[in-house]
Design a protein around this ligand. Structure first.
Ligand SMILES: [Zn+2]
Length: 239
């Protein structure tokens, strides 16, 4: 049994540990929510990217169609002119222009086909991205809802835990409370048992003075605490 000085400290430490765990869990919730929100945003962005891509390709297609139209007009004009000219060299020059215009049209048509394939691809991407969001959104939303509920219940649990800590501090003397707080701020657990003369916190051997103090020999009525030579934790003898 731990000494009457150590016992309330162990109770305080136990409650403090619970409080710290709750605090850590509560602190993690906003980050968890943000991660889910980021997933939703990323899925929405994928839809928007595919939509914009399809739209850009559609306007590119329209531009090519305009080019095909105007080159076609040019071709028709050359054909008419060619049917009217008498001189052979003029006929040949127009024939050359007709050939060039026809080549241009073929090229534009090839481009148009490529764009049309790309539009199909972009539309497929859009559909797939939309399906992904649709499939995941309810999961994402219920996860966020769950996290928000968890945040509320953790906050309530933390309040209870804080009250329990406050109650556990009462039976500890002011001096010991101060020692405990100082150690707990940097090293939890702050109160550890000695195992084979080794500190339960840092696992290093303590001096014989600390050992005998922990055993309660020479412990004054004020209940002076034995602390580890190495890490400074409060050590006690578990008999
Ligand atoms: Zn130690």
């Amino acid at each position: 049994m731990p000494s009457p000085v150590i016992e309330p400290l162990l109770i305080l430490q136990d409650r403090d540990t619970k409080r710290l765990a709750l605090e850590a869990q509560l602190k993690a919730v906003p980050g968890d929510i943000a991660r889910v929100e980021q997933k939703i945003a990323a899925e929405k962005a994928a839809i928007e990217t595919a939509r914009l891509e399809a739209r850009e390709l559609e306007s590119k297609k329209k531009l090519i169609e305009t080019e095909i139209g105007s080159t076609g007009d040019k071709l028709a004009r050359y054909n008419t002119q060619q049917s009217l000219v008498k001189k052979n060299d003029e006929y040949q020059a127009l024939g050359h222009q007709i050939e060039t215009a026809q080549k241009e049209i073929n090229e534009f048509e090839g481009q148009e086909l490529e764009v049309m394939y790309a539009i199909d691809e972009a539309k497929n991407k859009f559909t797939a991205a939309e399906a992904t969001l649709k499939a995941n959104i309810s999961g994402h939303e219920s996860r966020i809802k769950l996290l928000r509920e968890r945040e509320v219940s953790l906050a309530a649990e933390l309040k209870t835990a804080q009250a329990a800590v406050a109650a556990a501090r009462e039976p500890v003397s002011e001096t010991n409370r101060r020692i405990y707080d100082r150690i707990a701020a940097r090293n939890m657990p702050a109160v550890v048992a000695l195992h084979d003369v080794k500190c339960g916190g840092c696992h290093l051997k303590v001096s014989s003075e600390v050992e005998s103090a922990a055993r309660g020999k020479g412990l004054d009525v004020a209940g002076q605490l034995a602390t580890c030579d190495q890490c400074g934790r409060i050590v006690y003898w578990e008999s």
